[in-house]
Design a protein around this ligand. Structure first.
Ligand SMILES: Nc1ncnc2c1ncn2[C@@H]1O[C@H](COP(=O)(O)OP(=O)(O)OP(=O)(O)O)[C@@H](O)[C@H]1O
Length: 259
């Protein structure tokens, strides 16, 4: 039993050659929390996501997820344990249809076995039908079902961002990591996205860690926020506490206004 604690990061750090890109990071997320990770450009946010998802192996510290140590696991193993992510630069299968993008993610969890697929046993068809049904349900939630047969590359930008989240969700994660989901969106799209994130959190009982430069989004939906600067955590607290924290204001001076 791991109680309410879903992920616990202790003293996490990584060094690239002589550069300590991230060091001494302690953070945790309780089940069901929606937490922000902010910081100026180059602060180490995406590098932290890369460590949490097995893309980079931390050179120091431990990451414990749902009672299991994640250090040393490959990205696909981390996904199987229940962590999914989206990327700062959208990564979709551009030449596949919208529906197939979601089905691919769903496939890793398929209940039917390799043998039933190879020999096309009844279980294979049952599994395929179930998966297609589930994938379409995901698309509906994201307002993407009207585009289901469209190639991913032909979707409007804001919809591609949504599809990335739908795909991450199709892997049925316990923890969803969103890397700048509102990047490049207009204010209306950002507002709709905020509502969608709040909705999926509730609907799927998800825990979410969100990197985002759009402060209105972060401050508007996160319960707690961690702030990184030059690879180190300089603050954590409620949006109100973060907004008034002198260290945070200083880190952001000349970058953007925290409003
Ligand atoms: N593979 C790598 N090799 C060398 N340095 C790296 C590598 N990955 C990241 N870094 C460095 O680590 C630091 C943190 O980068 P990171 O991309 O995590 O910042 P960030 O907070 O996500 O920034 P942004 O908001 O601009 O996306 C930067 O100095 C970056 O150049």
């Amino acid at each position: 039993m791991t109680g309410n604690l879903l992920i616990n990061v202790e003293n996490m750090g990584i060094q690239f050659g002589g550069l300590k890109a991230v060091q001494g990071v302690n953070m945790y997320l309780n089940r069901g929390e929606l937490v922000g990770l902010i910081g100026p450009n180059g602060a180490g946010k995406t590098t932290s996501f890369n460590m949490l998802t097995g893309v980079y192996m931390p050179t120091e510290g431990t990451i414990t997820f749902d009672g299991i140590k994640l250090n040393g696991l490959a990205p696909y193993q981390v996904t199987q344990k229940g962590i999914s992510r989206t990327f700062q630069n959208i990564r979709l299968f551009k030449e596949l249809s919208v529906l197939d993008n979601v089905k691919v993610a769903n496939h890793s969890l398929a209940k039917h076995s390799m043998w039933s697929s190879i020999f096309r046993l009844p279980n294979h068809f049952k599994g395929e039908v179930e998966m297609e049904h589930q994938s379409i349900e995901f698309l509906k939630i994201f307002g993407l079902d009207v585009y289901r047969d469209e190639l991913a590359k032909n979707l409007p930008y804001g919809m591609q961002r949504r599809l990335e989240i739908a795909r991450a969700l199709a892997a049925k994660p316990k923890l969803l990591l969103l890397d700048e989901p509102a990047a490049g969106m207009n204010p209306q799209e950002t507002h709709d996205l905020m509502e969608l994130i709040a909705f999926i959190r509730k609907e799927f009982g998800l825990t979410i860690l969100l990197i985002e430069h759009d402060m209105s989004l972060v401050m508007g939906i996160c319960e707690r926020i961690y702030v990184l600067d030059h690879g180190q955590l300089i603050a954590d607290g409620t949006p109100e506490e973060i907004r008034n924290n002198p260290k945070v204001i200083e880190a952001y001076l000349g970058e953007e206004v925290i409003s």
